[in-house]
Ligand binder design. Sequence first.
Ligand code: GDP
Ligand code: MG
Length: 160
Amino acid sequence: MSANEEQTFIAIKPDGVQRGLIGPIISRFENRGFKLVAMKLTSPARSTSRSTTLISPPSPSSRVSLPQSTNTTEDMLSGPICAMVWEGKDAVKTGRVLLGATNPLASAPGTIRGDYAIDVGRNVCHGSDSVENAKKEIALWFGASEVLKYTSAQAAWVYE
Ligand code: GDP
Ligand code: MG
């Protein structure tokens, strides 16, 4: 995989979906030059194993334990999410820059959370925090055939 093909898992959380922010959030990534390679609207499911709360896509085959608070779990389970894979140079780190700080009140204007959110439990979006976790999250939410390979018509104008 070339440096320009790094992938990150970005999800618009239930609050973002309900507030009609799918379009604006996608636009941030499109406008920056990243390439959308997978997307679906889906309702996360819950299952419990030992003391760990698990959040998983509706498909029964795969599950993950997300290192998140109970509040977060309830937040993620409260309605449909828009799950996406975005591709491009430094997509994981730069994706989180586009999202802004975890606490929206500490997020700079111009970031998604800094422009669209106030409370940390309603911070409208999720982004992978490392390349390794991105790979895990993408594999959890998408089958291999759902992550598309195609050449963007813009590639030569985005990358030197
Ligand atoms: P992120 O990677 O910036 O999303 O932050 P974390 O991975 O640390 O936390 C995951 C999510 O849990 C955050 O996006 C918040 O929605 C939520 N969260 C984290 N800390 C708190 C908290 O103190 N209170 C509440 N209500 N939610 C929190
Ligand atoms: Mg996180």
